[in-house]
Design a protein around this ligand. Structure first.
Ligand SMILES: Nc1ncnc2c1ncn2[C@@H]1O[C@H](COP(=O)(O)OP(=O)(O)OP(=O)(O)O)[C@@H](O)[C@H]1O
Ligand SMILES: [Mg+2]
Length: 502
């Protein structure tokens, strides 16, 4: 169906922000019944392009044709009413409303009296979820749901609106493999029904699994459009990044240094059970498992983000009570959280301010801050992490998704912690920048830091870890050296008990 007549055509679209060209003459055609993948590095202009399609941004020049007619003033409302629906990178649901209320917001079924028929709304929302083959807790505000669930609600909302074009901006970056399978099934159904789908992802395996056509952007320019068969992984990465990258190279296992963190029978009732392990100086200890296995919950206990019910934490041999992230930081433990939106950044502040926050916390003496050293440190990191654009004064909310993730990472790297916990460190980060982050992790390791890394990216887990722990159902179920680990081994352990503590 990829050869069907396009429903949407963009020609020569350009867009600048404050004089900086972000899209430069980009053209793209999207046909019913195809999954068209839009790829490119962080900051390449992917999200900007889809915001133009959805009417959130107005292009400076170029033409949008929808169903053969030129749309001169695309607005979000026009797009929605005419069947173009977008699931944004940063989910935009109303957090205090429940799933049904969000899905049917603005299109609520009415009773004869004219008031909203909530019972019917609930039934309709449940039906959409049933059709999708998923489920969600309708009884709580969506703000309390896990991000993956929120994403599913956003997709259900788009499906409720009779879409002809569905745009998904990195929908799976928060998904488990099971959720990805569900989403792909939904996408295949929609495709069979003739929906045109524009799909953005940094996971290349996904692209080859569901894509029909690929368009690659680099620095706002169109590099190549072609059928999926015209690309392989190597040529695709080269089109995106401009160079070849080897993904299979495993790190040289490090010699074990002294134990810097020791965890004994750590328990948070119902979530994490009797977790014990040791983390050594100069190693990357990976934690694998399925989402819901309790990995994030376990590492949150180590920084005092949640209370511990029983068990012991020893930092460099000394038993400690960690009641808050600030206390953890003072003990030299920093954590790069999983969700940058909730736990990471202050959007209205500059990237330098955000990145410098933890460094200021650890280096301020009696309330006095050495701003010169803060600046040096932070500017150095922004350069090293290749944050784009290289403008430390820029508001974080104006950065692309992947570049925001780099700032979260920078914030904790600046704090110079001896023990660094990274929860999904490269989520949303492009393939090129990923290799930079890995190199940085190796450098930290060589400088005697210890890294605990939760990762759902199997390649990342296998290539970057010296040792791997596998969690399932809130418990540690296996330990292996990075050298001996294989995808099959990690998965078979991760799956042995299923998800969630009983
Ligand atoms: N509102 C804005 N004001 C200023 N600059 C912006 C704004 N929105 C985006 N940009 C800039 O435009 C460029 C492209 O951003 P965009 O979000 O489209 O990238 P992307 O390809 O989606 O990247 P990612 O993979 O990281 O999500 C970036 O350099 C970004 O900083
Ligand atoms: Mg983006």
């Amino acid at each position: 169906m990829a050869d069907a007549k396009p429903i949407l055509k963009l020609s020569n679209i350009s867009k600048s922000f404050s004089g900086v060209g972000v899209l430069k003459g980009v053209s793209l055609a999207l046909s019913p019944g195809e999954v068209h993948c839009l790829l490119g590095e962080n900051g390449a202009g992917k999200s900007t392009l889809i915001k133009i399609i959805s009417g959130a941004y107005r292009p400076d020049s170029g033409m949008i044709l929808y169903q053969d007619k030129e749309v001169v003033h695309m607005t979000p409302r026009w797009a929605r009413e005419n069947g173009i629906n977008t699931i944004y990178q940063e989910i935009d649901l109303v957090p205090h409303l429940n799933a049904a209320e969000n899905i049917l917001l603005g299109q609520e079924p009415l009773k004869k009296s004219g008031s909203i028929d909530w019972k019917e709304a609930h039934r309709l929302a449940m039906k959409i979820f049933d059709d999708m083959g998923g489920s969600v807790d309708m009884g709580v505000p969506v703000g309390m749901l896990k991000i993956a669930q929120q994403q599913m609600v956003a997709i259900a909302k788009a499906l409720s609106m009779n879409s002809k074009v569905l745009i998904l901006d990195e929908p799976t970056s928060v998904f488990t493999s099971k959720e990805v399978d569900l989403l792909f099934r939904i996408i295949k159904d929609l495709k069979a029904q003739g929906m045109a789908i524009l799909y953005i992802s940094h996971h290349l395996e996904e692209i080859f699994q569901i894509g029909d056509r690929i368009t690659v952007l680099r620095d706002g320019c169109l590099i190549k459009t072609g059928a999926i068969g015209e690309f392989d992984k190597v040529s695709l990465v080269k089109a995106m990044v401009g160079r070849e990258i080897d993904f299979t190279q495993r790190v040289e296992p490090a010699a074990k240094g002294e134990v810097v963190l020791s965890v004994k029978n750590l328990t948070r009732d119902g979530v994490v059970e009797n977790v014990s392990f040791e983390l050594h100086k100069g190693e990357v200890l990976g934690i694998g498992g399925l989402v819901g296995a309790g990995r994030t919950e376990a590492v949150r206990l180590l920084i005092g983000a949640d209370p511990v019910d029983s068990g012991e934490i020893l930092v460099k041999g000394k038993a400690v009570q960690i009641k808050s992230p600030l206390k953890a930081l003072k003990l030299g433990i920093g954590m790069v959280p999983e969700s940058r939106k909730e736990n990471g950044l202050v959007g209205v502040r500059s990237m330098a301010e955000n990145a410098g926050y933890s460094y200021v916390e650890v280096t301020a003496r009696k309330g006095l801050v050495n701003w010169k050293s803060v600046k040096e440190k932070v500017y150095g990191l922004i350069k090293k992490l290749e944050v784009r654009p290289q403008n430390p004064a820029l508001k974080v909310s104006n950065l692309s998704g992947g570049n925001q993730q780099k700032i979260v990472l920078g914030k904790w790297l600046a704090a110079d912690c001896d023990i660094l916990i990274l929860d999904e460190p490269t989520r949303g980060v492009d393939v090129g920048a990923r290799t930079e982050i890995y190199a940085l992790m190796q450098e930290l390791k060589d400088n005697g830091k210890a890294i605990l890394m939760v990762s759902s990216d199997m390649t990342e887990l296998l290539t970057q870890s010296d040792r791997i722990l596998v969690m399932s159902k809130g418990r540690l179920v296996s330990e292996m050296t990075g050298k001996d680990a294989t995808e099959e081994k990690v998965l078979s352990h991760a799956l042995q008990l299923g998800g969630g503590v009983q």
